[in-house]
Design a protein around this ligand. Structure first.
Ligand code: SF4
Length: 508
């Protein structure tokens, strides 16, 4: 049982789940509050399934009624019903029976919330994100953080300096390097395809802070920083409130620093440059890794919120991690693209990508997926395990984004836009990144002028992957190269002046 100030101890209770920036969520919350003096109304964070928001949850003991896309008048009506002692079952979209003390969102048997398991995502949408008493925290229970090191957890996300490698290696290096270690949580992302980190920070920020404290404890750091986008003012304020609320419970209280809204500012070492106030944001040359020489030269562990949330989960529930698995724990995936609404699902890493599709409805027929973010790989096959190893072997990205694209999409235009984005967004620091992205864009322009040089594109991709200074240059050719692997005939007919999708009316 949690502290009496926690949401979970209240019954009956109405929860309003929506993103922190959602005005509609605020209006529904205000309407429910106006309707009742006696039933507590709690504003929770997002669940990750945007099409259900604002989601209203009416709970009485171990029973919760779900109301999807609720209006202020819906919220007013059901708060009044609950106040009068009537459980609003008759018009609910779903009703779920559950443990009355659960700290994890109970999920209906059907619909987007039923896909996968809600472990790291569990509190999102259910608890009051700013109420420490709603969390089971490692810090307050003084749990042994070293168990996380034994789980074999791989770090997650493009903003993580140890992405797809055992997180413990970076911790050990930072701990054993001379200097004053620090932990950075890199939540900077300008690509709206990727929503998992901001959802965790909106829905369960104190769990992320608890994970930060655990990593800090392992490496012996007394300082930590949460690094966010400049434009995300509401999220900045929300995280600040979470830090203030949890200050007494946490052994390490992070500072919040924002960086410019540029894609490259989310790369781990570019993030360090931005935090140091550099005028020009460029990824650093490596080695040394940030774990040896990071923020202001200090040994620095740079993780994403996804990674530290998994660390927190690993300490709370080590048995849910199989240290012998190639990629222990779960993977969070944002499903986006030509879909009714983006959704975040949490799946065991061994699950096939295709399962994630059940969380969304596609607009039109499936043609292809881009897996791994803007510089992910294009594929028509979704029968692949979500592990970092399986995705990498298939030439796809591991950044937790599956973009489903319908048959109105032109594969050449889709890949070409990403090449052009890379040529505009790279820092210019290294030749393969700077000149390679220009050449790649030029090779695709030539296609529209009648020349398809597939082998040259592949060779350029190999050189960039091998010699770029950072992952932006390394992965920039991936959409084009994988698209050619799957759709070479479409590239060839473009050189003949035809676009099978009928969408290419202009050049890149
Ligand atoms: S690959 Fe691109 S972004 Fe990375 S250092 Fe080189 S030029 Fe800069």
């Amino acid at each position: 049982m949690t502290d009496v100030t926690g949401t979970v101890d209240r019954s009956p209770v109405v929860r309003i789940s929506a993103d922190v920036t959602a005005d509609r969520g605020d209006r529904v919350y205000a309407a429910a509050r106006d309707a009742t003096d006696s039933v507590p109304i709690v504003r929770t964070g997002p669940t990750g399934s945007r099409k259900l928001e604002p989601l209203v949850l009416a709970t009485d003991g171990g029973r919760t009624a779900f109301f999807y896309s609720a209006s202020p008048s819906d919220a007013r009506e059901l708060a009044t019903e609950l106040e009068s002692g009537t459980f609003p079952a008759s018009h609910a979209d779903a009703i779920v029976e559950h443990d009355p003390d659960t700290l994890s969102l109970p999920v209906p048997e059907t619909g987007p919330l039923s896909v996968g398991h809600r472990r790291v995502l569990g509190p999102c949408g259910w608890i009051d994100p700013l109420e420490p008493a709603d969390y089971a925290l490692c810090s307050t229970e003084q749990q042994d953080v070293s168990v996380a090191a034994e789980t074999g957890l791989l770090a997650r996300g493009r903003g993580d300096a140890a992405a797809d490698k055992p997180a413990v290696d970076a911790w050990t290096t930072a701990r054993d390097t001379e200097g004053d270690p620090i932990v950075v949580v890199n939540a900077h992302e300008t690509d709206d395809r990727q929503q998992t980190d901001r959802t965790l920070l909106a829905g369960a920020p104190i769990a992320v802070l608890d994970g930060v404290a655990a990593v800090a404890s392992f490496v012996g750091a007394k300082d930590a920083v949460i690094y966010l986008n400049e434009r995300e003012t509401a999220l900045q304020q929300h995280v600040r409130q979470a830090v203030d609320a949890a200050e007494d419970a946490l052994p390490v209280v992070p500072d919040i620093v924002v960086g410019p809204d540029e894609y490259r500012a989310g790369a781990p070492t570019a993030a360090l440059e931005a935090m140091e106030g550099a005028d020009r944001i460029e990824p650093r040359l490596q080695p040394p890794t940030p774990a040896k020489y990071g923020l202001y030269g200090r040994p620095t562990v740079v993780h994403t919120p996804r990674t530290v949330a998994q660390v927190q989960r690993a300490i709370r529930s080590p048995l849910s991690f199989d240290a012998d698995a190639p990629d222990p724990g779960t993977r969070l995936v944002t499903i986006t693209g030509d879909v009714d609404a983006p959704a975040i699902v949490e799946l065991d890493a061994g699950t096939e990508l295709a399962v994630a599709r059940d969380a969304v409805a596609m607009d039109g027929s499936f043609k292809m997926a881009c897996v791994g973010g803007v510089f992910g790989g294009i594929t028509t096959e979704l029968d692949l395990a979500l592990t970092a190893q399986s995705l990498t072997a298939a030439g796809l990205g591991t950044d937790g984004v599956v973009e489903l694209l319908n048959d109105d999409r032109c594969v050449v235009a889709t890949a070409g836009k990403r090449a052009r984005f890379a040529s505009q967004e790279n820092s210019g620091r290294c030749v393969p990144g700077r000149e390679g992205t220009k050449q790649l864009t030029e090779l695709l322009r030539e296609l529209y002028q009648g020349t398809f040089r597939g082998d040259d594109i592949r060779e350029l991709g190999r050189v960039m992957a091998r010699s770029s200074n950072c992952q932006i240059g390394e992965y920039a050719p991936r959409p084009v190269v994988t698209a050619i692997d799957e759709f070479e005939p479409e590239f060839r007919v473009h050189a003949d002046g035809q676009c099978p999708s009928g969408t290419c009316t202009t050049q890149l």
